[in-house]
Design a protein around this ligand. Structure first.
Ligand code: XMP
Length: 516
């Protein structure tokens, strides 16, 4: 992203690191998260206007503690150290960090230290006493020369400190976490008042620049995109389409495991609204016959993943030579933790993607630097309808992991109807955006009920709705009883072969979001 001013978030492995980057971008400042091991020359090649050093799980006193070169602090580029980053600044420049197990965790009252805090720029607009979010064991006991303390808490005398002359700032607390009441203000002060960013990072600019760059890169060659109908691949496809028009072919595989109306709405958007070169492959029979009798969830995933690749390869052959394969990879999949572990993605979550060696010359990932909310903003910028931009995540193996046990056409039809009713009632209640993911599951359980005057012995449908930021942990959504009641009553009345509806009230962990 060479056309933009850049802030570098140097990643030391903390749990909130992506959040720091998102907050900075929310201020209109472009930033990238890079591992702390990135050589200094590489960092400086990018001409950053500021650095943020993140938190991390280590103690700076440990012999193997991750560090950054001391030169980073004398480049004249402002640095903000957060938590571990603050301790690292102190330890590197001659201060003292103690590991005395005086840990401090959670929302804590913080008091600014006058006059230091008022003389500097980091705490402009911050109340003298406010709540901050702490999560640390070690503490900075002695400041390096040239620093003054600017905030304290009951257990931490140096909750914030700075050396304005050198442009070095440190906060023991986490300004990126919403519990830090003035956190946003502090980050804003750092990027604008301290670093002097102009705040010119806008989605419209990103979209415009990406289109120009893609056009130049692809020239008059051809690209292929395997469209799933999900937000990421749709935005990637529309972006590419803007760049190279009909030289992009989108292959959409209808595997027979999609939600009600989904395949048709994807087709309508791509062909109707965007006039894309769109190939729909109706492969439901192939998928269902391979799934026949299969009950084990991981086996289902594997079969669907393999079949998907086969179908796309066959369709691609019919199209002829393509030079680029477009993928909807987004930034959270790309960021590697500062500690060298790759991002935590369950292997099965890659189902629905293509392997990187299917014979295309190059992979293009136009969204690889965007967070999910930015992908949605890019989507809106490109004119993609809101209902698609705000679509909830849908697993690659589709409804096959929501029909528990073996998958048949009849069960899929039952689930599709129940799911559509639940989605409709959530939409009618106007609460869709408050829930991260919601769907129906067809259990393989039958229970006794009474319909009219007759005994019935039919299926149980479970409803699941969760709220989550990262899909790694989640809580069940408190969907109002009236909405559940309406959905339940409609499902048992309108969907054949269902006589009971239950609501899943488990958090993740220990449950997962999907039932299989
Ligand atoms: P779990 O069930 O692991 O799901 O709590 C977390 C998120 O991942 C989605 N998910 C999948 N996505 N292929 C995918 O592309 C899969 O096999 C898969 N399994 C789960 C799930 O819908 C939720 O958003």
């Amino acid at each position: 992203m060479p056309d933009h001013e850049l802030l570098i978030v140097l990643d030391f492995g903390g749990q909130y690191n992506q959040l720091i980057a998102r907050r900075v971008r929310d201020e209109g400042v472009y930033c990238e998260v890079l591992p702390y091991t990135t050589p200094l020359e590489k960092l400086m090649e990018r001409s950053p206007k500021g650095f943020i050093l993140t938190g991390g799980p280590n103690s700076v006193n440990a012999p193997t503690a991750p560090r950054c070169p001391a030169e980073l602090f004398s480049l004249g580029v402002p640095v903000l150290g957060i938590c571990y980053g603050a301790q690292l600044i102190a330890a590197t420049l001659g201060g003292r960090v103690l590991s005395d197990e005086k840990s401090e965790y959670g929302a804590v009252e913080m008091t600014l230290i006058e006059p230091g805090a008022r003389d500097g720029r980091l705490f402009t607009g911050v109340d003298a006493v406010s709540t901050c979010w702490m999560s640390h064991n070690d503490r900075v006991a002695e400041l390096p020369e040239g620093f003054c303390a600017t905030a304290r808490t009951a257990r931490c005398a140096n909750a914030a400190f700075e050396d304005r002359a050198r442009g070095l700032y440190a906060v023991q607390f986490h300004p990126e976490v919403l519990h830090t009441v003035f956190g946003r203000q502090i980050l804003k002060n750092f990027v604008y008042a301290v670093c002097g960013f102009s705040g010119d990072w806008r989605m419209s600019g990103f979209v415009r620049d990406s289109i120009a760059r893609l056009r130049e890169k692809i020239g008059d060659k051809k690209a292929l995109c395997a469209l799933s109908g999900g937000v990421d691949s749709t935005v990637a496809a529309v972006l590419l389409h803007r760049a190279i028009g009909k030289r992009l072919t989108c292959i959409f595989v209808d595997n027979g495991l999609l939600r009600k109306g989904e395949a048709d709405s994807v087709e309508a958007m791509c062909k109707g609204q965007f006039e894309m070169n769109f190939v729909r492959v109706d492969a439901a029979d192939r998928f269902l016959s391979r799934l026949a009798g299969v009950t084990e969830p991981e086996r289902k995933r594997k079969i669907i993943g393999e079949e998907f690749i086969r179908v796309v390869e066959e369709a691609a052959k019919r199209i002829g030579q393509v030079d680029f394969l477009v993928q909807g990879t987004i930034y959270p999949d790309v960021i590697e933790s500062g500690l060298g572990d790759s991002a935590v993605i369950k292997s099965h979550h890659n189902v629905g993607g293509l392997p990187k060696d299917v014979g295309f010359s190059e992979i293009i990932e136009p969204l690889r630097l965007l967070f999910k909310d930015e992908v949605r903003r890019a989507g809106l910028e490109l004119g993609i309808p809101e209902e698609i931009v705000w679509r909830q995540p849908f697993p690659g193996p589709g409804l096959s992991v929501r029909v528990l046990g073996d998958v048949t056409e009849e069960k899929l039809a039952t689930l599709r109807e129940a799911d559509a009713i639940f989605r409709e009632e959530i939409a009618n209640a106007g609460i869709a955006r408050d829930i991260s993911q919601y769907f129906a599951v067809l259990t393989n359980l039958k229970t006794v009920g009474v319909k009219g005057d007759e005994r019935s012995y039919e299926s149980v449908v479970a409803l699941r709705a969760v709220k989550t930021d990262d899909f790694m942990t989640a809580d069940f959504s408190r969907v109002p009883y009236e909405v559940l009641a309406k959905a339940s009553s409609r499902i048992v009345n309108e969907v054949p072969r269902v006589n009971r509806v239950v609501y899943d009230i488990t958090a993740k962990p220990p449950a997962t979001i999907e039932w299989e």
